[in-house]
Design a protein around this ligand. Sequence first.
Ligand code: IMP
Ligand code: MG
Length: 195
Amino acid sequence: MKTERHWQREIDRVLITEEQIARRVRHLTRQLQREFAGRDLVIVSLLNGTVMFLADLVRHLSLPLRLDFIGVSSYGAGTESGELVFTKQLRLDVRGRDVLVVDDILDTGKTLKRVLGVLREHKPRRIKVCVLLEKKARRTEKVRADYVGFQIPDLFVVGYGLDYAERYRNLPFVGVLKPEAYEFGNREAGKENIS
Ligand code: IMP
Ligand code: MG
């Protein structure tokens, strides 16, 4: 297929295939189904990296739930996270409710730590965290995820929602970029990295 050839020029290798993701997400959905049955659930998803994961995760979740989004941008160069800025605030009332935070990847933990701090101020009944990916090696903050799709090594990955300089979010798999692709990204004006 033509599009596959296009990716092959920039992707060094596929780390997690579309099929592996689908299988794991179905499993996570079943766990969440048990965890939140009978609860007043609000899912809070962090923009923009969770688009695909969230859609796949909630589509087969047959629970009454509400959905809201928090926007967090980390302004930093390249693959390092910089200063965090909220681009969208929580709109739904989570007081006394069960909150499930969904994020793309738990890396240093800085993003989730900030977001969890903000959420706690709204006094939910409890907060659980679900992330697609976790890089344990780079954790600097004391945060943990209750549900993790995949543990990955200390590599910068893209696809299935995750970006490099806002590109590659649409790839259906999680992959590792070729070094040339970083050079391209660094040349782009995009020094802005939106979570
Ligand atoms: P943390 O604040 O260091 O935990 O980083 C969380 C955010 O950094 C994620 O939501 C991603 O937007 C971004 N990030 C961290 N590692 C990667 C990666 O390997 N690929 C793409 N984005 C990443
Ligand atoms: Mg990002």
